[in-house]
Design a protein around this ligand. Structure first.
Ligand SMILES: [Zn+2]
Length: 74
């Protein structure tokens, strides 16, 4: 999916459907919309950060939230 979903407010990266593997979201597991999807990246020399998108059932982004501080443990 090449649709432009959002532009990251921190680094201005355009985020497309293909960047977040939107086709791999298992819609049968979605109990309510919009879905919160967090995309972590570094771009334009900005340190690693996360943008959370609220995606509705038409795959339109209703709102975004950014996190500049995060730690992911595996
Ligand atoms: Zn960004």
């Amino acid at each position: 999916m090449k649709k432009l979903l959002a532009i990251c407010p921190i680094c201005k990266k355009p985020i497309y459907g293909k960047d977040i593997d939107i086709n791999n979201i298992d819609l049968s597991r979605v109990s309510h919309w919009p879905v919160k999807y967090t995309h972590c990246h570094s771009h334009n020399g900005e340190p690693f950060h996360a943008i959370t998108m609220y995606i509705d059932s038409n795959f339109s982004v209703r709102a975004t939230e950014v996190s500049e501080f995060l730690k992911i443990q595996k």
